[in-house]
Design a protein around this ligand. Structure first.
Ligand SMILES: NC(=O)c1ccc[n+]([C@@H]2O[C@H](COP(=O)([O-])OP(=O)(O)OC[C@H]3O[C@@H](n4cnc5c(N)ncnc54)[C@H](OP(=O)(O)O)[C@@H]3O)[C@@H](O)[C@H]2O)c1
Length: 307
């Protein structure tokens, strides 16, 4: 069972992305997706990712309503995020305290398992941010804190600051990383993550839907993500989809499951984050859990995505 390094937090092989709840999936559909995910994750706890900013709390509220309706809180690892870009000092202590209380209310729970700083905030000293997070941990309202969208320099500074303050600090990094987006993570940032002995949770695991194979030249896809995903259409995208299709056929599994397995197998990765807006879409992601890629298949995927 995947475990966040240096913590006692065990999670499911796939982390379910929650930005669809209340956006591209209405509440009843979100409940059905969560039911299917919880069922498929067993005996692992269902690892679900949300944020205070998704639908201005709507995603958290749907997840909270579902956990309450199903009595499922103890079988879910809840990750959510503080810091909304439009705030003047998003990671100031007072903002973090208020955001955490609001998230706890939205989620109808007494604890957040993994609480992220959604984006770095250069306007607030790291001492203040990390102390505020640690107070939440000491109060039992948060189990572990993590960073999202941090630069290598800021992550290093955060580690040094946490050590100086004598607090645990960030135990993981959530970053944009998938078969189509490798360069920004696989250099200095991954070196820092490795040196700190923390884990990576890559988001946009399916490159906004591109790695499902549904975006091809000339195809019109009905999705608010279509513009972002269609940007990957081209020669390199064709190569990656070609290699994914080949490996998927060799195993008799859907294409997105292969993309997520490749990501899950990368150094420092604990669990990739991806979403589906229907139970049918989710069903195509779930086989990633039992999929074992050969060295040759991994090499073909690597070559197709780096050339
Ligand atoms: N930390 C951050 O700053 C940050 C930023 C972004 C995301 N995230 C997190 O990462 C999660 C994952 O990102 P994401 O959901 O935006 O992108 P993603 O996982 O790369 O793409 C998921 C989307 O692909 C499409 N899809 C999935 N399975 C499919 C299938 N079988 N067939 C056809 N289409 C399929 C669906 O969108 P359509 O049906 O609409 O095409 C689905 O919502 C988010 O939910 C969020 O929790 C974090």
């Amino acid at each position: 069972m995947p475990q966040l390094p240096g913590t006692d937090l065990t999670v499911s092989d796939l982390c379910l992305g929650g930005n669809v709840f209340g956006w591209t999936a209405d509440a009843p559909t979100s409940f059905a997706i969560l039911d299917r995910f919880l069922d498929a994750a067993q005996p692992q706890p269902a690892f679900v990712d949300t944020a205070e900013s998704y639908g201005d709390g709507t995603s958290e509220r749907i997840l909270g309503d579902w956990m309450a309706a199903r009595g499922a809180r103890d079988r879910v690892v809840v990750a959510t995020k503080a810091s909304r870009g439009q705030k003047e000092h998003p990671l100031a202590a007072a903002e973090i305290r208020t955001a955490a209380e609001r998230s706890l209310r939205n989620l109808q729970t007494d604890r957040i398992d993994l609480y992220y700083a959604h984006y770095g905030d250069e306007t607030t000293p790291l001492e203040e941010t990390l102390t505020a997070f640690d107070e939440l941990v000491q109060a039992g309202k948060v189990r572990y804190v993590a960073a999202s969208n941090y630069s290598p320099g800021r992550l290093t500074e955060a580690r040094e600051t946490a050590d100086r303050l004598g607090v645990r600090g960030y135990t993981a990094l959530q970053m944009h990383y998938n078969l189509m987006e490798r360069a920004a993570f696989e250099g200095e940032l991954r070196d820092v993550v490795r040196a700190q002995g923390i884990g990576t949770l890559p988001y946009f695991g399916l490159a906004k839907g591109f790695l499902t194979g549904k975006y091809r030249a000339g195809e019109q896809i009905d999705s608010p993500r279509a513009k972002g995903a269609a940007a990957y259409v081209g020669e390199r995208g064709d190569r990656v989809l070609g290699a994914l299709g080949e490996v998927a056929r060799e195993h008799g599994v859907p294409v997105p499951a292969v993309a997520l397995r490749w990501l899950a197998d990368q150094p420092t990765v604990v669990a990739p984050i991806a979403s589906g807006r229907s139970v049918e879409q989710l069903a195509e992601l779930l086989p990633m859990r039992d999929l074992v890629l050969t060295d040759d298949q991994r090499r073909r995927l690597d070559e197709a995505s780096t050339r």
